[in-house]
Design a protein. Sequence first.
Length: 288
Amino acid sequence: MLNILSSLSILFKGKVSAEPELAPLISKEGVVDSRVCGLIDAVHSGWFNHASGELAAGFKITSEDVVLDVGCGDGAATIFAARCGAEVIFSDSDAGKIARLEAQVKNTPARAAQALVCDTDPLPLPDQRATRIIAMEMLEHVDDPAQVLAELVRVGRPGALYLLTVPDPVGEHVQQQLAPAAHFQKPNHIHIFERDAFAAMIANAGLVVESRQSSGFYWSMWMCLYWASVPKQGGATLDQIKAPYPPLLNEWANTWHQLMQTPGGDKVKEKLDGFMPKSQIIVARKPG
């Protein structure tokens, strides 16, 4: 996935354009993989913009930054920051993912790198260590999100910028009616954050909310179709979503990809992203 992400972010410079440029990422039959389509959709939403240095709109990373990515998973955000030349610190409780990501970071122009296998509470870092803190799709998994946020505030320097994302409640409430019960139990989603409550939690942690965004209707719908297409399962959902995907999911990816190529596709995407996004996204700043 990281190789695909690199190709997309460098090729499109933050905006997907003509069909010929997509050729290396699409099969000879014109079929686009579900994850490729999702990454193209993310680029349409302003993610992974190497031209501006923004991981997401309003969250710029430079070579002078110290970037902390907690709950980094496969490390797409870490790799983006590393390619910007920043110092990167990345943490996850999965030692295997950290080892794989550490090997990939070595092949980037990152100024320095530190890999941590740990829970986020506590973080084995000194106070005021980072200038950019990323916590994407992880607060819904932890026992005490407010305490984790307090730890992230502790390790941020005065003026540090935070990129915080969690699943949007609209899609989560729909999935509660479709997904097996295990999807809303550990190690999966144990919290659903209503939009105003999420912003209030961040403000109560001592951060100033600078912008609120939403994106990812494509993935919200994909997950609904996923639950209709697979047997009931337990364990970590993310670890079980693997190719080859059921035909219904491939059809959805190709329908969405075709929509993105139409003149009115961006407008449709904008409205649907507002209606049932995958993620609610807040960029916040530590005072000082």
